[in-house]
Design a protein. Structure first.
Length: 136
């Protein structure tokens, strides 16, 4: 019985640590945009990373993602997280971007993580006006 309880406790710790790591990874990834630090953002991405959005981007690879999406960082002043929900190797994040001219954009992203805890793919669902450079 003690062994069973110990195993359950350890499993609970592992799940909690995994959720903590997913949240930290997502926050670090998006903080790179706020700080205009590409290395901070890219360090959270797994080999074979893909990005999907309504822009339309359909599972674009890292090089295309950097060309199409990274330029949006220049318009972002702040990232505020409303909610991050993680289950297994997946997570949803809802966040608000504040642009340099104090406009707000609410996005939701669905993350898939690799076995090493890095972001393998992101599916972005834009709120309202789309992406930061599109806000008037």
């Amino acid at each position: 019985m003690k062994l069973l309880l110990l195993a359950a406790f350890c499993c609970g710790i592992t799940v909690f640590a995994s959720a903590q790591n997913a949240e930290k990874t997502i926050k670090t990834y998006l903080m790179g945009y706020e700080k205009k630090d590409w290395n901070m953002t890219v360090s959270q991405l797994a080999d074979g990373f893909t990005f999907t959005s309504p822009a339309p981007d359909d599972h674009i690879p890292l090089a295309v993602y950097k060309t199409r999406c990274w330029s949006q960082a220049q318009y972002i002043k702040k990232v505020e997280f409303e909610k991050i929900i993680q289950q297994g190797n997946y997570a949803f994040a809802i966040y608000i971007l504040t642009t340099n001219d104090n406009k707000h954009l609410r996005n939701t992203e669905f993350y898939t993580f690799s076995t090493d805890g890095k972001i393998k793919s992101i599916e972005c669902f834009f709120g309202g006006a789309g992406y930061p450079s599109n806000i008037k």
